[in-house]
Write a protein that binds this ligand. Structure first.
Ligand SMILES: [Fe+2]
Length: 325
């Protein structure tokens, strides 16, 4: 196999040589590359959905079935592939909008440490997956923005109506959902009259990266901030033909006040300078460190087929706890 740098601050491209298969490469070598570069894009290997599942199992022990996931909302919901709940389509697989950079499932405690993507059908145009190093991002933020995130807690608030929470928590039993939320340090308020949930989760917006010990800006702030805007501005109504004006998830500061737009704008500007586009090729596979690397998606092009599959979970040998700082 051949290796080359993906982006100056993180990531490595591993290309197959002479018809190599995944079974020909050393798991230890790949693990060492991943620990050092935090993102690996595998290209040119003979892949299909079953080799994707087999290969990911060598590194990730327990796969998430997306229980508690925040993108269960109507038409943007993920779908399972085949009969395996841990192999999913990407969020909003059939919508063309751009998805801002985010860490996966940071609105609950202990988000998965690994996220994997597989290009089952690579788009010939648009729809690149974006990735951005949260460690470099924090490092390059304006000083006052850095201070803001070091000093403030954030709060995710979720509103789950009857019918939605059952799909989200994969249960019909409200008590079971409450117990699951408690295990993820989420505070649940269940309204037995209309059978809805309001859920809050306070946490720090930064993560202390388990290997480097550095601050990483990784969370769901940008995605959820823009999602709320999409609902309240009428964008959802205009583009997705839905009359809902309340976003099912919002993000605030720890005291419930709004995050200033100037802060969001500043993070987006800094992130834009260091974001890398994965221009998918058929059969590509990406292994991403969800404790330090954000991902998102460029707008897709109508009529251009795209099927990127996703899996997420914790390392097979989880030796360091991901600590919120
Ligand atoms: Fe995601």
């Amino acid at each position: 196999m051949k290796t080359e740098t993906l982006h100056p601050s993180f990531g490595i491209l591993v290309t197959a040589e002479n018809g190599e298969h995944f079974s020909d490469i050393s798991t230890e070598e790949i693990q060492a590359l991943f620990n050092e570069h935090r993102t690996i894009l595998f290209r040119g290997f003979k892949t299909d959905i079953s080799s994707f599942k087999e290969f990911t199992r060598l590194f990730t022990g327990e796969f998430s079935d997306y229980k508690g996931g925040g993108s269960r909302w109507k038409m943007i919901d993920r779908k399972s592939v085949g009969n395996d709940k841990t192999v999913m389509t990407t969020t909003g697989a059939n919508q063309s909008f751009e998805i801002p950079l985010h860490g996966e499932m940071y609105y609950m405690d202990t988000p998965p440490e690994h996220i994997w993507f597989y290009a089952d059908v690579a788009p010939t145009e648009g729809g690149q997956t974006t990735i951005c190093d949260g460690i470099t991002l924090f490092d390059q933020l304006e000083e006052d923005v850095k201070t803001f995130f070091l000093e403030n807690q954030i709060q995710y608030q979720r509103f789950l109506s009857d019918g939605v929470w059952q799909d989200t928590f994969l249960t019909e039993d409200a008590a079971e959902a409450i117990a699951f939320l408690a295990s993820k340090k989420n505070i649940a308020k269940y309204d037995s009259k209309d059978k809805s949930f309001k859920v809050t989760y306070n946490c720090k917006p930064l993560v202390k990266h388990p290997i480097t010990g550095k601050h990483a800006f990784i969370n769901n702030i940008l995605y959820i901030y823009m999602a709320e805007w999409a609902f309240t501005s009428g964008w959802i109504k205009g583009h997705l033909n839905d009359n809902t004006t309340q976003s099912p998830i919002i993000v605030r500061l720890g005291d419930g006040s709004k995050i200033p737009y100037s802060i969001i704008e500043s993070v987006m500007k800094t992130a834009a300078k260091i974001t890398y586009n994965i221009d998918w090729q058929q059969g590509d596979l990406a292994m991403i460190d969800n404790t330090s690397v954000l991902h998102g998606r460029r707008e897709t092009v109508d009529g251009v087929p795209r099927n990127i599959l996703v899996r997420m979970g914790d390392p097979i040998h989880k030796n360091t706890e991901t600590a919120s700082i």
